[in-house]
Design a protein around this ligand. Structure first.
Ligand SMILES: [Zn+2]
Length: 166
């Protein structure tokens, strides 16, 4: 990025933010030559990202396909279509770290992480569809980990009691 003040090319990104419109990214930058600060807005281009499948075949990234996979996993679960849309948007945003190719496994893991925070049944359905786990043992291990994480997020009973009695 060329500095608008001194035309220098040495800049440092101080802060990156996703705007409400997820296809726009705001970056706060500082020029390392003149130390002035400026802001850039980047609009996401239509992605040409290729997804590498486990058998090494490649196909263009398809947002709709990810969405359909999540919708199927969330069928009859108390998850709104807004929440699903949000997951897809977040994943698309996170995939900007990948320039040309992304392994399908990475996308699957991202979806699972988000579903795991939201709904255990949807999580299990999605992971079984995507054959994320080699054996039933690794799957059970994964579930245990998830359960532990969720428990950690809940307030501890002892703390709740202390607050109640003042
Ligand atoms: Zn400058």
């Amino acid at each position: 990025m060329r500095c608008p003040f001194c035309n220098g090319f040495n800049d440092q990104v101080l802060d990156t933010r996703q705007m409400d419109d997820v296809s726009v990214i705001r970056r706060r930058r500082e020029c390392l030559d003149c130390n002035k600060r400026y802001t850039t807005y980047e609009r996401l281009e239509e992605t040409s990202l290729m997804v590498v499948k486990s058998d090494q075949r490649r196909e263009p990234f398809n947002r709709q396909k990810i969405r359909e996979g999540i919708v199927r996993a969330c069928e009859k679960r108390p998850i709104s279509s807004d929440a699903i849309e949000k997951i897809v948007n977040e994943i698309e945003f996170e995939l900007q770290d990948y320039v040309m190719e992304v392994p399908s496994k990475i996308i699957g893991e991202k979806v699972l992480r988000k579903l795991g925070d939201m709904d255990l049944i949807a999580y299990i359905r999605f992971s079984s569809v995507y054959h994320q786990f080699d054996t039933i043992d690794t799957f059970i291990e994964e579930l245990k980990k998830l359960k532990k994480e969720r428990l950690r997020k809940l307030p501890k009973p002892s703390q709740a009691r202390m607050q109640n009695t003042g």
